[in-house]
Design a protein around this ligand. Structure first.
Ligand code: ACO
Length: 452
């Protein structure tokens, strides 16, 4: 019958609960198979039934057993996780129990990274050791620069980043020892440390500027801004407001439980592939316009709309299915994404330094109209994290192609936390979904001269 149930065996129910009240009070689900009249009692744990418990429901001994069918995992929990909690109806997001609003206001990105990976906020000594470790692994092998020159000048920055995350796997073959905690910790540090360097080099290649090496005297975000934007200055000092804004954006993007890219990291990592290729797969998933590529798509959309007067016809296009309001809607949030609220406020602080992004007026009007339009209200479509982040990135001087790269840097922490948790979870195995086969039945090979 395949894998055992994590809850132990659940035999067919021969003595079903005698009264409706008794049935209501048990932490079980009673199923009657109307094909056979047999009743089964399945345990309910943490608001779930185990899909493997359905396998015992058969019409006869040749029957494979019942499967659950859930394309796109809309109602399937794939793991138990203690990292990130989202209440999509209430618009709540917490990392390890801490509300995202408190972390964004009080923390640094590296402090949040420590929290996500280790489960607790670091004390002063732990934080300084962690920051020191990350700071001293920021340099990347020179061969990456040589390889960079193999790309066309207009290659997409995210395409390059995905490639170079995977390339690091070839520099660190020992990272394949994924069951060894010390090895894992070593490469977690390396990845978090090197992501900004890789990202900055992808940017410098695209913009034709010379590559810069990390400056270990700067903060994580300060050093990143330095590698991106320093040209001839002797002592580059990042603008503290922009440095803090990047910190907040990185905190908000650090993890988001079982999204498309985290699921990719877990699925690829479940074959015990090394963390670099597992994260390259996650970054590839993030690249898509329905996921991390959405912030880029929002900017392109705002440019296409071009003027507030064109909003009504754009909204009509969304309603008749010709267009999609990028930066709106979410699989989990059926309320305002709490990250979008923080980013909207942050935008004003950034614009005070950079000057207002002229697309802001279109975004604000679009949001106002969409939030009062029956189509969006009925479907509970609210702004998500990507709706305003692109406006900030653009005002800070980033080209749109850099937006998903800016998402991937902090999200690498979430991918690593999810990957590590998956490897330590005794209930996890290699990810391998089932299918419902709907193709042809067995048939004989047809020679070429007999085919129509
Ligand atoms: N604009 C217009 N209509 C939309 C939008 C949108 N942005 N999002 C959903 N809808 C409509 C759908 O057409 C569908 O309508 P219907 O019931 O009449 O068929 C209904 O709302 C439900 O939408 P689904 O596509 O079933 O929702 P799903 O959970 O599969 O998709 C997704 C979620 C992919 C985020 C979707 O809302 C979307 O494409 N949004 C735009 C892209 C975007 O901003 N992505 C970033 C997400 S956040 C992140 O990944 C970091």
């Amino acid at each position: 019958m395949g894998e055992p149930s994590p809850h132990g065996p659940s035999p067919p129910l021969h003595n079903p609960p005698s009264t409706p009240l008794e049935a209501q009070m048990a932490d079980t689900l009673t199923i009657t198979d109307n094909r056979t009249g047999t009743q089964y009692e399945l345990p309910i744990k943490d608001g779930t039934i185990s899909a493997i418990d359905l396998r015992q429901i058969k019409t006869d001994s040749d029957d494979f057993g019942l499967l659950s069918y859930d394309p796109a995992y809309k109602n399937t929990a794939s793991c138990r996780s203690a990292i990130t909690m989202i209440d999509g109806d209430k618009g709540i997001l917490r990392y390890r129990g801490y509300p995202i609003e408190q972390l964004a206001e009080n923390s640094t990105f590296l402090e949040v990274a420590y929290l996500l990976l280790n489960g607790e906020l670091p004390n002063a000594g732990e934080l300084s050791k962690w920051e020191n470790e990350i700071t001293h692994h920021t340099f990347v092998h020179e061969y990456v620069i040589r390889a960079m020159d193999g790309f066309l000048h207009d290659a997409h920055m995210m395409g390059k980043l995905v490639t170079f995350i995977a390339t690091l796997s070839t520099f660190y073959p020992k990272s394949k020892a994924v069951r060894d905690k010390a090895t894992r910790d070593e490469h977690i540090v390396k990845i978090i440390a090197k992501m900004p360097t890789l990202a900055a080099w992808c940017f410098r290649h695209s913009t034709g500027r010379p590559y810069l090496y990390p400056d270990n005297s700067l903060s994580y975000c300060g050093n990143f801004l330095n590698m991106l934007f320093r040209m001839g200055e002797q002592n580059y000092k990042p603008n503290p407001i922009l440095e803090r804004a990047l910190n907040v954006l990185f905190i908000l993007h650090a993890d988001h439980e079982q999204n498309c890219s985290a699921s990719a990291a877990r699925a690829v990592g479940s074959s015990e592939a090394d963390p670099y290729v597992s994260l390259a797969a996650a970054a590839a998933a993030l690249y898509g316009p329905l996921h991390g590529g959405a912030n880029e798509a929002v900017l392109r959309m705002l440019r296409e709309i071009g003027d507030v007067k064109n909003i009504p016809s754009f909204i009509d296009g969304c309603k008749n299915g010709d267009k999609r309001l990028m930066g709106f809607g979410h699989r989990v949030y059926k309320n305002y994404d709490p990250r979008a609220k923080i980013i909207k406020d942050l935008a004003h602080e950034v614009f005070a330094v950079t000057g207002k992004n002229p697309l802001l007026d279109i975004a604000l009007e679009l949001e106002k109209i969409a939030l009062s339009d029956e189509y969006f209200v009925k479907r509970k479509l609210y702004p998500n994290v990507d709706f305003y982040s692109g406006l900030i990135y653009q005002a800070m001087g980033f080209p749109v192609e850099m937006f998903p790269v800016l998402f991937a840097i902090p999200r690498s922490v979430g991918w690593l936390a999810q990957w590590q948790e998956m490897l330590d979870d005794p209930e996890q195995k290699i990810a391998r979904p089932r299918q419902v086969y709907i193709g042809a039945d067995e048939r004989d090979y047809v020679p070429m001269d007999k085919r129509g």
